[in-house]
Write a new protein. Sequence first.
Length: 225
Amino acid sequence: MAIEILESSQLAKRAAEHIAEALKKAISVNSAASLALAGGTTPRVAYEDLAKIPGIDWSKVSVYFGDERAVPPTHPDSNFAMAKAALFDRVPIPASNIHRIAAEGPDQDAAARAYEALLPARISVMVLGIGEDGHTASLFPRSPALSERVRRVLPVIGPKPPPQRLSITPPVIEAAELCIVIANGAGKAEPVRRALKDPLDIQLTPSALARDGLWLLDHAAAALL
């Protein structure tokens, strides 16, 4: 576990720097890197900042997503649409390196199985957020998906519309070489404390799956540590 406490205005830039550093390291060691993206406002700004960092060989980066809502790729709620505008349209990454979750089709289970077949055994860098309920990706408290040990992507139901989503499962987070968790605001203070300080309970606080990762927090989110 590593924790950095920053001003809110610095979170996205620092996240971008860590992502870039990890991608460059993975490319130097393995000649390739994989990056799994989260949705959310702060990650969006981080992706915009990441696009400005030189020296990343984007031809060697494969991009995946931790979750996606059951909406078309141009929908305002689409994580893919956000990442496309914030990152993909700003860097020279081949379209074939971008792996979207096709969650909008009628057969959610088939879409989940197709996506888990695309995922590498280990993600080089996984970007995650944390909700005020302690969720991460679309793994919500008490979700049956939290008990999954074989499947790596599952259809799930979220508490907010649109409820139907596809999400990675705990083994994907646990296998990642580096998880970067970004949290800001006073509403995150309690789940952050549970995730990092309480006895491990992923059913109550799914974001604790990334406890051993790098946590980038603003002062409000870190207030109870």
